[in-house]
Design a protein around this ligand. Structure first.
Ligand SMILES: [Zn+2]
Length: 88
């Protein structure tokens, strides 16, 4: 993959706006979090005649972040949303 290509799997997690990121103020962690969410999702399922298949599209209609827990120190009260580097 060249530098110009964007990995389609890399995206903002549900509940976090693009241009922002989480930060654990207890330990400084910026990259590893356990995130519990409640989601309402619409998926386009492409099925075979046996009723098996895979979702080819998904649209998150509603996402609620129930908790964000730091993977490094286990803190859940010290997580806050901060601006990401390069954000407009
Ligand atoms: Zn932490």
């Amino acid at each position: 993959m060249s530098d110009d290509e964007v990995d389609a799997r890399v995206t903002s997690p549900p509940g976090l706006q693009p241009g922002t990121r989480w930060r654990c103020d207890a330990c400084g962690n910026l990259t590893r979090f356990d995130v519990d969410t409640s989601e309402r999702v619409r998926r386009f399922w492409h099925l075979d005649l046996a009723g098996r298949g895979e979702p080819e599209q998904e649209e998150f209609l509603d996402v609620t972040v129930d908790s964000v827990i730091c993977r490094w120190c286990g803190s859940r009260d010290a997580i806050r949303v901060v601006e990401a580097p390069g954000a407009p």
